[in-house]
Design a protein around this ligand. Structure first.
Ligand code: PEP
Ligand code: MN
Length: 476
């Protein structure tokens, strides 16, 4: 699936564009890397646009738009992830599988922040260490697809590839460069609102008395959750009493970082800027479109375009690791992405499936140990556990998600390692996309409010269920 990206028009035009920076590029140790060097490599999941001039106009515009995040924020996250890798903090990453432009609206943004904050509060309580929160948000638009086309109402049409490429509506499947600009502005508007409400104080979102546990069907589980909530309430009251929730405390000024899969390199390249390292003043390349980017399980080939792009930026990087990853491939990948072996620069997001994790994770842990890299180990218990429901829609069973999580915790322990974080697809809304959880959603319930355009997400209650279960696990 290589494509028109390596067309010479694009290379020469964009090299001309960034020519002003060429002296800085030459000063870099690695002379070969530039924000565009990925164009010399084969690419998977690439996009071919009919109107190349239109694409070029869009890229030129994107390149002049201001950063959405700053190097100092990126370094702040890097130092926090270092703590995570050293087992001194825990990572919670979550959000939609695919954001749509229409999710850029007050309510969906607020409800996603609320669920992430509440989960993190439960996790802090359970693990007794700080929780670093990263949302899949403000740019999580492009999706890798297993097939370039799909059958819709009997007709074979181009697959939906995410709002920054084409439209979900079957009549709107042709890739449109204008959508890259719309992606920037929707990301910026989302981030702007997130910053506003964080800046306005988040303590209210922590208000525990608002947490309804009515959905929990089992008396025993509800009792257990209530115990955690009560004890959390006591701790928070105590902190308020002694003034530990003053404006400088983490309760009122929470950190929340943004992330997305760095799939659409046309876009990422334009948001890659040469800026001073806040500590040393030395100019380095930062992706200023998000704090954290990850490379997907389908696009992480050693000698191809995505890995070439990822090796050049200062942002902390996630790598999805599934059953097809070979141990020596993983070692080489770490050396390419993180040649200086910086602690916590790379987060390995493992996603094997509950019935496969025992086969692959121990080997991967051993390979990383042998490599000398110290990574963040995050468990994504979603992507290896996707199934067809009886009605033919994609779903995930809550039990498989919990099973993979608990196996990952145990396997790390047995291998003298530690699970440092979790990665979920979730939403703050009352969707019915995953089966099970304390509300015991059944197959037949999926039709009630199945809204995802991509993978099935945990709903608000299921997300809290997961957090409570992890907290309980830590408590033991
Ligand atoms: C995703 O996180 O939505 C995704 C596509 O994951 P993976 O690359 O692990 O399949
Ligand atoms: Mn997904």
């Amino acid at each position: 699936t290589t494509n028109g990206h390596t067309d010479s028009y694009a290379k020469t035009e964009i090299i001309k564009e960034i020519d002003g920076n060429s002296s800085a590029i030459n000063e870099k140790e690695d002379k070969e890397w530039t924000p565009l060097s990925w164009r010399t490599k084969p690419i998977r999941q690439g996009v071919v646009y009919d109107d190349q001039e239109h694409l070029q106009r869009v890229l030129n515009k994107l390149q002049h738009l201001p950063p959405m995040v700053t190097p100092s924020e990126i370094h702040r996250l890097r130092s926090q992830l270092r703590q995570v890798a050293l087992n001194k903090a825990f990572l919670l990453q979550g959000g939609d599988c695919a954001e749509l432009f229409e999710y850029c609206s007050q309510e969906p943004i607020e409800s996603k922040l609320k669920v992430l904050l509440q989960m993190s509060l439960v996790l802090v309580w359970g693990s007794r260490i700080p929780v670093i929160r990263i949302a899949r948000m403000a740019g999580q638009y492009a999706k890798p697809r297993s097939s370039p086309t799909e059958k819709v109402e009997g007709k074979e049409i181009i697959s939906f590839r995410g709002d920054n490429i084409n439209g979900y509506d079957p009549s709107d499947r042709k890739p449109d460069p204008e959508r890259l600009l719309r992606a920037y502005f929707h990301s910026a508007a989302t981030l702007n609102y997130v910053r506003s409400i964080i800046g306005s104080g988040f303590a209210d979102l922590y208000r525990l008395s608002d947490w309804s546990l009515h959905h929990v069907r089992s008396d025993r589980t509800r009792q257990e959750y209530q115990t955690i909530v009560d004890r959390l309430t006591d701790s928070l009251d105590f902190m308020r009493m002694i003034g530990a929730d003053s404006p400088s405390s983490p309760l009122n000024s929470v950190d929340l970082f943004m992330s997305h899969e760095g799939l659409l390199l046309d876009y990422e390249q334009c948001l890659t800027r040469l800026l001073p390292d806040p500590e040393t003043g030395e100019k380095k390349w930062y992706n200023v479109g998000s704090h954290f980017l990850w490379v997907g399980d389908r696009t992480r080939q050693l000698d191809e375009a995505h890995v070439e792009y990822f090796r050049g930026i200062q942002n902390p990087i996630g790598i999805k690791v599934g059953p097809s990853m070979e141990s020596n491939e993983l070692q080489k990948l770490l050396d390419i992405i993180n040649p200086n072996k910086e602690i916590g620069k790379v987060t390995l997001i493992t996603r094997y499936g509950a019935d496969q994790v025992e086969k692959y994770l121990p080997g991967h842990i051993q390979a990383v140990k042998a490599s000398g890299h110290i990574v963040v180990w995050a468990c994504d218990p979603m992507h290896g556990n996707t199934r067809q429901s009886s009605s033919g829609v994609k779903t995930r069973h809550f039990n498989s998600i919990i099973e993979e999580l608990s196996k990952v915790i145990r396997i790390h322990k047995n291998n003298d390692s530690q699970m440092n974080g979790v990665h979920f697809e979730l939403t703050g809304e009352a969707v019915t996309e995953c089966i099970g959880g304390s509300m015991q959603l059944a197959d037949a319930d999926l039709a009630l409010n199945y809204k995802t355009f991509c993978d099935p997400r945990l709903n608000y209650e299921q997300s809290l269920d997961v957090a409570f279960l992890i907290a309980k696990y830590h408590e033991k």
